[in-house]
Design a protein around this ligand. Structure first.
Ligand code: AMP
Length: 282
């Protein structure tokens, strides 16, 4: 696997591929790779001639200093995992390589309703940071296809919008959430859970499944309240939001009859660790 640390090396690699006319599948990550990430790499590998992965803990998408500082960094193990699944290229720049002058990041994105709700409401500036880094990475790697997990559902919608608005020549591929056997969505942050918190964590997925069973029995609003109450019963859990919205526009739904696909999204603190999950329920 080719490991590239600088933008100029990554561009040089991209130029060399351009001459060979091969398709590139790209998987942007923040590292601490787990089987969820690896499933994206495998899919990209099946569908393209070459696969590039990036590992970059993007400081400007963190609105909480402690979360950034405690974010797990396991580059050596990540490299081994990527080599096992025959990833062709790893782009792993430093923060100063990506942002030579912190104060000159003045790109401001507006995704209308999409970046104001849910994560956008609780993590101000988060999606702007995501949009800045994704656009920059796309400009460097120029992939034909880019793979994003449905685990970060709102991020997926934002990236789809970014690409559509700027008419970027890249196809965004949505990939299903990989879960532990007990239902907990795989996440790099799960390693920060204590043994006790880890034993409670699967309740988040269980409640999402149970909300699906409430369709037709409770109103969407009623199901939201029911779900949040189930989670808040645990002293260790603090729900930030649990919302049932249209799967495309993330707008609230009043009734189940609307001819829309529906997603339930949740963010909750389990102790000091903030977990997110979601499920398409209709
Ligand atoms: P991250 O390193 O958390 O930024 O994630 C990098 C990519 O992997 C994003 O597109 C995530 O949505 C995706 N991802 C994270 N966790 C999972 C999972 N459990 N299953 C599938 N994809 C995931």
């Amino acid at each position: 696997m080719l490991i590239l640390k600088t933008i100029s090396d990554a561009r040089a690699w991209r130029d060399s591929v351009g001459e060979e006319q091969k398709t590139i599948g790209f998987v942007p990550t923040m590292g601490a790779l787990h089987p969820g990430h690896i499933s994206l790499i495998r899919k990209a590998n099946r569908e393209n001639d070459l696969v590039a992965c990036s590992i970059f803990v993007n400081p400007i998408q963190f609105n909480n200093r402690e979360d950034l500082e405690k974010y797990p960094r396991t580059l050596d193990a990540d490299i081994r995992h990527l080599e096992e699944v025959a990833c062709d290229v790893l782009f792993a720049p430093t923060a100063s390589e990506m942002y030579p002058g912190q104060d000159i990041i003045n790109d401001k994105y507006n995704f209308g309703h999409l970046d104001k709700v849910l994560e956008g409401k609780f993590r101000p500036g988060h999606f702007n940071g995501v949009a800045v880094v994704v656009r920059k990475l796309f400009e460097i790697i120029q992939p034909h296809r880019a793979y994003f997990g449905m685990k970060d559902y709102q991020q997926l919608k934002i990236v789809e919008e970014l690409v559509k608005y700027h008419k970027m020549p890249v196809e965004i591929i949505a990939c299903p959430t990989l879960r532990e056997k007990d239902g907990l969505a795989m996440s790099s942050r799960n390693v920060r859970l204590t043994h006790h918190e880890r034993s409670i964590a699967p309740v988040i997925h269980r409640v999402l499944l149970e909300i699906k069973e409430k369709i037709g029995h409770l109103t969407p609003k009623g199901a939201q309240i029911w779900g949040a109450n189930q989670l808040n019963k645990y002293a260790e859990i603090q729900v930030e939001y649990l919302q049932i919205v249209g799967a495309d526009d993330l707008l609230p739904i009043e009734t189940w009859d609307e001819k829309k696909s529906v997603v339930v999204l949740v963010a909750a603190y389990l102790g000091k660790v903030r977990l997110i999950d979601n499920m398409i329920i209709k």
